[in-house]
Design a binder for this molecule. Structure first.
Ligand code: GLC
Length: 719
């Protein structure tokens, strides 16, 4: 449609029709008989039957045939035949589920992220979906929060790059293309800072911390052209995000120039009441409309109260028109007025879903996300001729997709089948009963440690441990991050039996591994890797793939340390060396995490040398210095190294973090190959928010490059 036609359409719509456009309901409200996957609490919606024809979008309806039929039926009923937008939570793949976002963050591979998102877009578009509620750009520091699994991790730069790559992967250059979908970034903003890691809880961070850490990745989504933004459930500076004018009107739209659609999270307008912002539904609608939430998801406060608000002069009709205009523009950009079914195609859907190319990509992605945390005496990769036993609740489990997977798992996904496919002979298995979930009241099903005697003849035992996938994701906050009692006992007993123990940890968050690491010769963090989890892990265990992933989130020594993250600020009494009184530390635990951000081993060994800094004067691109470092693979195994650049501003008008990642590159190094990596350090990288504006202040900076946030070479320079 031309802009003129679109304007005419807007002006010919009745108010109720406009409010319907601004309302999103689950597919069951459209009269589908199928059961639906509800992603939030179901309340009485007060949706009048006559308003159904006006609704503008729906969420989490799947299947080309079904969506084509729904669209046809809806357009016949809608007075102006306006098509619906089909939105869905395609978080890490539709049918070909790839690793959870936290694991993808560990790949540090933005190209892989983009490719994986493009695959998800292809499968979704063929099923008739037009938009996904992804990426989740929330920065995370608290593994008690179940939703850390949906974020790329704790670092603003890595999050921003991963977020931008995800948006590009979904949208490509043109969201109307039959194999592309629009992207909605979420949850704006600062949801990852929920107090105590408890979901939906209060967020109270300073403006500086919000802007420099938490908002960075959302901004990257806006700059990458994301079509939609979703509000978060939390308060920010005591105002819930869904009614927060400063966040939505000022920062998102005025400062960042976002001109896409803003949608609320599930029932978030209604939740303004229990939050204590709104007195009732009408009040809630007024707050959300004024804040600029264009679509209300899964509640009907706009439909039921906006007319009155306009009549009373509390809300201007122009606010409604502005919102509907943005929604119509999005429908137009998606090409829905020309082709309301867009990519929906039952044949294509069948051909694409879980096709060999997609499975191959999921397998590759999986192997790039596996983080090798410990590998004593190079136990891994598995050596030929050793007798391998397999144990633990994830040994033969298909529950390895992770949350937000509206897809089926198969036997192929299990670790056992992956190992067999890669030619590993399994001599014996024990204690493989699957784990219950905390959510369903149990973890250990029964004590089976006696079964381990069946592994007496094995040299090496692969122990597949972890947490139930239902215990990760939304509303899956925990206060205990240890493995279940049985699993800890299992690892200890295997160690006592004199076995070489390889722990494979399946989890959606950093767990507290300190109690078990001493019992393990090797520890492999396997996250939840999707439909090809088993083969992907096996590829790493056998050495077909040399692990290259790095932690995108710190692993705490103990829950009491949380939040523990690498880019913290210093104190006036920093702890240096062993603990003593009157410094900032713990009596019973070091300040450092068990495994830091950026950490991860490989089957190669890398040596860093030749660290030099060259200052640059008057460069047009703002370069102030160049950091050069030589990286040598001192092993016989070719590998991929992620070289990381960190900085520290030694003294500034607001205190700066002890380390900040400013760039990273991935280099492939053949056996004994050496490469020089040169990083530019720009004025922009050294600038910061001084509580009023982004500024650069001259002074001393520590420039650091290395293998992880804790293993760096460094030099102090005046810039
Ligand atoms: C939820 C989530 C959000 C999701 C939405 C729609 O409650 O917080 O991430 O996209 O509902 O399912």
């Amino acid at each position: 449609m031309t802009e003129k036609e679109l304007k005419e359409l807007l002006h010919s719509m009745s108010l109720q029709e406009k409010l319907g456009e601004m309302t999103q309901m689950a597919p069951n409200f459209f009269g589908t008989s199928d059961s639906v996957d509800l992603t939030g609490p179901m309340k009485a919606m007060n949706l009048k039957p006559e308003d159904v024809a006006y609704l503008g979008s729906t969420l989490n309806a799947f299947g080309a045939e079904k969506l084509i039929a729904m669209q046809k039926e809806h357009m016949e009923r809608q007075p102006h035949h306006i098509p619906l937008i089909f939105m869905a939570d395609v978080i890490h793949g539709l049918k070909t589920i790839y690793p959870v976002p936290l694991a993808m963050g560990c790949s540090f591979d933005t190209g892989l992220m983009e490719e994986s998102a493009a695959m998800a877009a292809r499968e979704s578009a063929a099923t008739g979906i037009h938009l996904t509620f992804s990426p989740m750009a929330d920065l995370v520091r608290d593994p008690r929060w179940g939703r850390v699994t949906e974020s790329p991790g704790e670092d603003p730069l890595l999050n921003a790059r991963m977020t931008a790559a995800t948006v590009k992967g979904y949208q490509g250059d043109d969201i109307s293309a039959p194999d592309r979908i629009a992207s909605c970034f979420k949850h704006f903003g600062g949801y990852g800072a929920s107090e105590g890691g408890r979901d939906y809880n209060t967020v109270d961070v300073s403006d500086g911390v919000l802007r420099e850490y938490y908002l960075t990745a959302y901004k990257a989504a806006v700059d990458a052209g994301a079509a939609m933004a979703m509000t978060s459930f939390n308060t920010i500076d005591r105002v819930p995000a869904t009614g927060n004018k400063k966040m939505f009107r000022k920062i998102l739209r005025e400062e960042w120039g976002f001109d896409g659609v803003a949608i609320t999270d599930f029932d978030a307008v209604g939740e303004l009441i229990p939050h204590g912002l709104a007195a009732d539904g009408k009040d809630a609608a007024e707050y959300a409309l004024k804040a600029g939430a264009d679509i209300e998801m899964m509640s009907t406060n706009y439909l039921n109260h906006a007319r009155e608000l306009i009549e009373e002069g509390k809300v201007d009709l122009s606010l409604i028109d502005e919102a509907v205009w943005r929604i119509l523009l999005l429908k137009n950009k998606l090409g829905l007025f020309e082709n309301p079914f867009k990519g929906a195609d039952p044949e294509k859907e069948k051909a694409l879903h879980l096709c060999p190319e997609h499975l191959a990509l999921a397998r590759k992605a999986g192997s790039k996300c596996v983080v090798l945390l410990k590998n004593e005496e190079n136990l891994l990769p598995l050596k030929k001729g050793v007798k391998v036993g397999l144990a633990g609740p994830f040994a033969d489990s298909t529950s390895v997709l992770g949350g937000w997977a509206f897809a089926d798992s198969s036997d192929r996904a299990t670790l056992k089948s992956g190992l067999l496919e890669d030619g590993v002979e399994i001599s014996a298995m024990a204690m493989t009963e699957e784990l219950g979930s905390m959510q369903h009241g149990i973890m250990d099903v029964s004590d089976q440690t006696a079964e381990l005697d069946a592994l007496a003849d094995c040299d090496v035992v692969i122990a597949a441990v972890g947490e139930h996938p239902d215990d990760t994701g939304e509303s899956a906050s925990k206060t205990i991050l240890r493995l279940s009692h049985n699993q800890e006992k299992m690892l200890e007993k295997l160690h006592d039996m004199g076995k070489k123990v390889i722990a494979i940890v399946f989890s959606g968050r950093p767990l507290e591994l300190r109690p078990v690491v001493p019992f393990c010769d090797a520890v492999v963090q396997a996250w939840f890797l999707g439909v090809e989890a088993g083969p992907a892990i096996a590829d790493v265990l056998t050495g077909t793939v040399n692990p290259s992933a790095r932690l995108s989130m710190s692993f705490p020594q103990t829950v009491g340390q949380i939040p523990v993250y690498y880019n913290h600020m210093n104190t006036g009494r920093p702890l240096e060396g062993p603990y003593h009184r009157f410094v900032s530390g713990y009596l019973d635990c070091p300040n450092e995490p068990l495994y830091p951000f950026g950490y991860g081993l490989s089957y190669s060994d890398y040596r860093y040398s030749g660290f030099t800094v060259r200052t640059v004067k008057n460069a047009e691109d703002g370069t102030l210095a160049e950091v050069s470092v030589d990286v040598e693979n001192v092993s016989d195994v070719p590998g991929r190294e992620t070289v990381q650049l960190y900085i520290r501003d030694v003294a500034a008008s607001v205190v700066r973090p002890v380390k900040e990642l400013k760039d990273f590159v991935q280099i492939d190094l053949g056996a004994h190959e050496k490469k020089t990596v040169v990083f530019k350090v720009t004025r922009e990288m050294l600038s910061f928010w001084n509580n009023e504006a982004v500024v650069f202040e001259h002074g001393d900076f520590d420039l650091m490059a290395g293998h992880s946030s804790e293993e760096v070479l460094k030099e102090r320079v005046a810039l």
